[in-house]
Design a protein. Sequence first.
Length: 168
Amino acid sequence: MAQGDPGGREALLARIGTSEARLHEVAMRWLDPLPVPAELTLRQVQVLLLVRAKPSLTGQALADHLGVSTPTTSGIVERVVSRGWLEREHDPEDRRRLLLRVTPEGEAVLASLEVPVLQAKAHVLDRLRDDELADLARLMERMHEVARELDAERTGPARPTEAGSGAE
């Protein structure tokens, strides 16, 4: 299939989407109901994940990542802090700034969501041959590279401490 063939590319993208949906459907059947706190929203999960990925994030930086106003972010952060999942601390270099950190309770909430999914993924990956794992690793690394390029186009170049970091 030629790379410039839009019909071929569309068919491949459809196959990928279908396979991904089928994999998700099967894996979801393996999971027990997740012990998710009733008051936890998807936006709050997103906030916890962003703050965990970028420790010492400020409210303004979080708002920029979320693409919402600072007052909207402040309300979300206040609710997450009130539940004990996030904490604010003064920046030692600028006491006017507040830095955000995920608490051990917040980490436990994230683990309750992530661990079962990671276990389901591990069951699938355990059945792949080494050459298939190598192909998958290469493609996942390439997808991450493209995602970083797209992110840089959207938000500007990555800061030197982020570029090349494998811990994202």
